[in-house]
Structure formats: structure tokens, C-alpha cells
Design a protein around this ligand. Sequence first.
Ligand SMILES: [Zn+2]
Length: 461
Amino acid sequence: MRTLIRNGTVVNAGGAVAADVLVDGETIAAVTAPGVFDTADEVIEAEGRYVLPGGIDAHTHMEMPFGGTSSADTFATGTTAAAWGGTTTIIDFAVQAKGTSLLSTLDKWHEKADDHCAVDYGFHMIVSDVNDQSLKEMESCIDAGVNSFKMFMAYPGVFYATDGEILRAMQKATETGSMIMMHAENGIAIDELVAQAIASGRTDPVEHGLTRPPELEGEATSRAIQLAKVTGAPLYIVHLSARHALEAVAAARNTGQNVFAETCPQYLYLSIEDLAKPDFEGSKYVASPPLRPRDHQADLWRGLRTNDLSVVSTDHCPFCFVDQKEMGRGDFSKIPNGMPGVEHRMDLLHQGVVAGEISLARWVEVCSATPARMFGLYPRKGVIAPGADADIVVYDPAAQQTLSVETHHMNVDYSAYEGMSITGRVETVLSRGSVVIAGGAFHGREGHGKFLSRDLSQYLV
Ligand SMILES: [Zn+2]
């Protein structure tokens, strides 16, 4: 089965060029000057369209247990929504529960995801119980294609790791060439502020933001960077939201340290004003780190331009407003932390291109090429080139759409971007050569997506 995508503008991280793309089976067979091939089993007309490597969302949480409930998208619904939005690979987090092993955790996540995903997927491992056995098991995880390990400086009593535990895991990462990913917020200090707020009757969702000040993200980010320096471990800061943290990352990168960071669309477009919406509406925007005052956004866009922020992922972790977010009425600390977004990342970052914040090529770089390299998937993923998987998005840069819960495909009862106008729209999506989105309809299937056993990060020398 050969598919020809013709007369489009192929956009890779290196730039844009008028070219045709010939797909043979599951991979790209050729990228040629327009008109070199004129027939195929199927022809997709892409005049006036961008032809992009499929998006890679390196930070999602499908059906993740949190605070007595579970995130609302299954691997089936979440990866289908991802496909609608031009994301053809997700890397989700397997979550070690305290007292359990990493390998049994990995088995459990394979059970949830295998034969259910509409697009390809990989895993990171959340290490919440550092001991001799789990440190040893990190090696087996690496052999099983899972070589990035997330730790938390937040959530004492749940995922929280002490500095000593982080140090030990980092030493193991150095020894094995694997990556430590860090949720960098000072959870010990935050929990005191949260308790003080509740005790004094400040219980609205906005308090979630006020009790997690940006200084405590900056402090934790700096501490993680110093621990990584002492141990020689590579470090990837997840969901960076605050200028204070960005400054710490930039300073470390300037010394040549292997420190990387991602941000998320919600930190580029939403703010603490959304958390302050009345009638408990603010709960829809509760995620950690919290949405920041609006003036952080310009710094984050600059960070994307200077590569101090090298990846945009979503931290997609949807909880419905009804029954789930509502668990925190009268006590913001009981609102499940997380927001939906896996479907909108490509569109939202395209708005950055439209607004002149980032270039066209940089859009593809932060949404596809860099996450592929960062997490050992390049050049199988993240590029339109011969030999790569035919994960391809045909994108209409002139189309207009309005984001809404009425039209999105995520399994959640609200949109964080309700009513937002977007210039550009995903038109056609191929996942390993199969058309999964076309003509405004889903043509994929549950179970098409395959598990990706990943190589070590390709940014480490
Ligand atoms: Zn997350």
C-alpha cells in the first residue's frame, strides 16, 4: 500500500520545503521534489497545507490514579483525542505505588495500554519508593525500553522523595545513562502554606495557586540542578511554569550541564486569573505547578525561542468537573490536580507561530523533533524523512476553528480553552502509514498503536 502526499510544504525542525512524501507500508519511502511520483494506491492532496512529522506528547497521564479517583481518559479515548489533534505518539507515566516493585508497575501499565491505544506509546516510570530493590530494577526498566525516571519534590506522603533518595536515584541514572525527570516544587513548604490557608478559611480554588508560589518552584528547580551536578546525572524538569525556575535552568545550561526543561500550553495561555473564576469554575484549572500570573508567559515564550525550554508537552491529566473536581468544594486541597490538553497542543503552539512568538520550524521542533531525540525515538519518530515511521500530519494553516467541549474528543466534561479561536487545523493524520483522521472523521482503531521501546536520550554526550 503506497500513499502519496503531494504538493504540500514539508516542515521539519530544520525548515520548510515544497516536497512530496511517498509512504510505503508503515514508513516513509521518499521525500522528493514535487511531481517525481505521480501515482500511488492513495493520493492525498496537500496544496496550501503543511506536512509535519506527527506530534509527540512526552507527558500524559491516561487512567492515572490520583487522590481517590482516576484521570478520565483511558488509553483508548486519550490516544484517539491525541490523534484528532495531530499527536501520533504519547509517552505516559507508569506510577509505582509505595511498597510495590517497578517491574510489576510496568506490567500493570502494559495491561492498561496494550491493545487499546490508537497511536504509538511509550512509558516513563514514576519512582515513588526508592530502595535497593527499586534502584536495581531501574536497570531492568531500561532493558524494557523505559529509561526515564520521574521523581517528585512535591506531594509529601504520596510521591515525595527526600533529597537523599533523589541523590541515590540520580547516581543510578549516571551509572546507566538514563534520565531523571523532576516535578520541582518544594512540597514540604507548600503543605504548610496549604494547611494554614485551610485553617484560616481560605478554601477557594485560587488558593491552590497562592499556596504554591513561584519561588518554591524556583527553589526546588535549583536544588534538583545542584543534586544533578553533584551526581553527574542528566536532568529534565517537567512542566516548568515559572520565570524563577526558568532562570535556574538557563544558568545551568550556560555552564554546559545536561539540564533540560519542558513547558505546557496551559502555562503559555492561561493564568492564575482562570484559577480565580467564581462559582468553583476555578477548579477546572487546578494543576501543579499552578497557573501563574500572566507576566510569566512572555518569559516562557522567550525560553522556547532560546531553547532553555526545549519541549512542549501537555501534562494531560483530565478530571471531570462533575463529581471529580467537585470533590474539592469547600477544600481546594481535595481538588484532583490536572487539566485536559492532549488534543490541543499542536493547534495552541501553532498560535505561537501565527503570533510571531516562534518560527514554523521551531513549532515542529518543540512539539515533535526534540521530544523524539530527548526520549530516544529519533529518527524513527520526529522527522519527515525516508525510513522514518509514516506518522504524518497534514495541517491547514488557514482554517479557523473554535475550541469547545462540544467538539473536542477528550473524555472530559469541560474545555480549559472554551471559546478560544484558533487559526489552523489538523486535516489528515497518518499513524505508521494508516490514515487515522481524514475528512473530519476518525478512521483509526483501538489497538493500532504499538508500544515503543526507547533508546537512551540522544542529547547526552
Ligand atoms: Zn504530570
